[in-house]
Design a protein around this ligand. Structure first.
Ligand code: GUN
Ligand code: ZN
Length: 433
């Protein structure tokens, strides 16, 4: 008997909330249960509706909230030791720190060590799925996928493709990058819960010849993702359009190579023109702003109201190590504040939708993760809105679910994560430290 049942206050979104009080956008069971068997959710509902005593282990998480595991659709696993590097802007940060640090991943032992620490940190923060950039070295992707497999986590990853405008030690060639990517897809895609993202870092670090190879890879592997960066910083945009003078704009570079589609994940997208936004929305491509990174590097602001109005699919992510927190709670707190600066409101319901079901939809994985529903994977997070003295005293004045979510977002971090379940297995208790 492997069945188990979690008890707690169960919250799961069914669609994007249309306003601050849109109670039709979610299901909430105040005295709820989630029944799990074989890594899947088999039932969810009110304890009072259970037909009889549960035949299996019962884990009582009352009074805490049980949500779908959090999802981070843009993060660099090889940048754990880049976080908090002092730089004026993106290109300085890349050249002075990031391109130096990533060279250390030529050593497979370094990749293996950092991969272990990386997945520990995700679990500590309640993140059960991420779309991650590895370094240019195939060994770093090997380390990433091996560690994800060990923990049975649904992970998306890919080796960076770069053949110019970075240190020679970080360059592949159009052919070696193509071959290494093919080999990684062949070995890892579909193994356990692994997905692969074809990963040209950004247009600046790939020649047109490499972009042709990327185009071939995406055609040969339509089930794989494409992840890259787009329109993060003004100097980056100017350099890109000078390197690709025939493109109408930055997004037009990727469009030219046929890289716009529903499985294309574009990090940042802060300074897009109306043409770029309209074209991306039409193709179903996904924009992934990364608010703590966008503030830290002074890159700019993602205008959520404008993008949603244009129908652009949007995820939201940490972007460690340009980003400054592994916590999706802190990430949405910063997103909230950045929207405030432009007069946009981000409701607590929208924030929690985005870090769960919304990001699952951005990854086209909503049938598997991001919701607490029968047949979904049992990836879950248990959150305590009174985890610290400051949260506890504020919690005394909280009256509604939305207020509790807002407290979790505003004051919460990894300390609010009571437990993280991956395919039904409690993962946090086993972490060191
Ligand atoms: N653009 C190209 N590479 C990177 C990266 O590693 N981080 C961020 N934030 N932007 C990038
Ligand atoms: Zn990034």
């Amino acid at each position: 008997m492997t069945a188990k049942m979690l008890r707690g206050r169960v919250l799961s979104f069914v669609r994007a909330p249309l306003g601050p009080d849109d109670s039709d956008s979610y299901r909430y069971f105040e005295d709820g249960f989630v029944a799990i068997d074989g890594g899947k959710i088999i039932a969810v509902g009110d304890v009072a509706a259970l037909p009889g005593p549960f035949d299996g282990e019962v884990i009582d998480h009352r009074p805490h909230l049980i949500l779908p595991g959090l999802i981070d659709p843009h993060i660099h696993f090889v940048q754990m030791q880049v976080v908090g590097s002092y730089a004026a802007n993106l290109l300085e940060w890349l050249n002075n720190y990031t391109f130096i640090e990533e060279q250390r991943f030529a050593d497979p032992a370094h990749g293996a060590r950092i991969a272990g620490l990386f997945f520990d940190e995700l679990i500590r923060n309640g993140t059960t799925t991420a779309a991650a950039y590895c370094s240019v070295h195939a060994a770093s992707a090997e380390a990433f996928f091996a560690e994800a497999e060990k923990r049975n986590m649904l992970m998306i990853g890919g080796k960076c493709l770069m053949d110019r405008n970075c240190p020679e030690a970080l360059q592949d060639t159009p052919q070696t990058g193509y071959d290494a990517t093919k080999a990684l897809i062949g070995k890892w895609y579909g193994k356990g819960r692994a997905h692969y993202a074809i990963t040209p870092r950004f247009a600046i670090t790939s020649t047109p010849e490499q972009m042709e190879m990327v185009a071939a890879l995406t055609k040969e592997h339509p089930d794989c993702y494409l992840q890259t960066h787009l329109s993060e910083n003004i100097a980056e945009i100017e350099l890109t359009t000078s390197l690709y003078p025939d493109a109408p704009d930055y997004a037009g570079v990727y469009e030219h190579y046929g890289l716009m589609g529903p499985k294309s994940l574009y990090g940042h997208c802060l300074h897009l023109s109306d043409r770029e936004v309209g074209m991306m929305a039409e193709t179903g491509a996904v924009a992934v702003p990364c608010p703590t990174s966008n503030m830290f590097l002074g890159s700019g602001h993602y205008d959520l109201a404008r993008m949603q109005g244009a129908g652009l699919r949007t995820g939201v992510a940490t972007d460690i190590g340009g980003g400054t927190s592994y916590s999706m709670l802190e990430t949405l707190d910063t997103f909230y504040k950045s929207q405030q600066l432009s007069g946009n409101r981000l409701t607590p319901l929208m924030s929690f939708y985005m870090m769960t079901r919304g990001n699952a939809e951005a990854l086209s994985l909503e049938s598997k993760i991001g919701s607490i529903e029968p047949d979904a994977d049992a990836d879950l997070v248990v959150l305590n809105a009174a985890a610290t003295p400051a949260m506890s005293v504020k919690m005394e004045r909280v009256e509604t679910l939305s207020e509790e979510l807002f407290l979790l977002q505003t004051l919460g971090d990894d300390r609010a994560v009571v437990e993280t379940y991956v395919a039904g297995v409690a993962m946090k208790a086993g972490l060191a430290g």
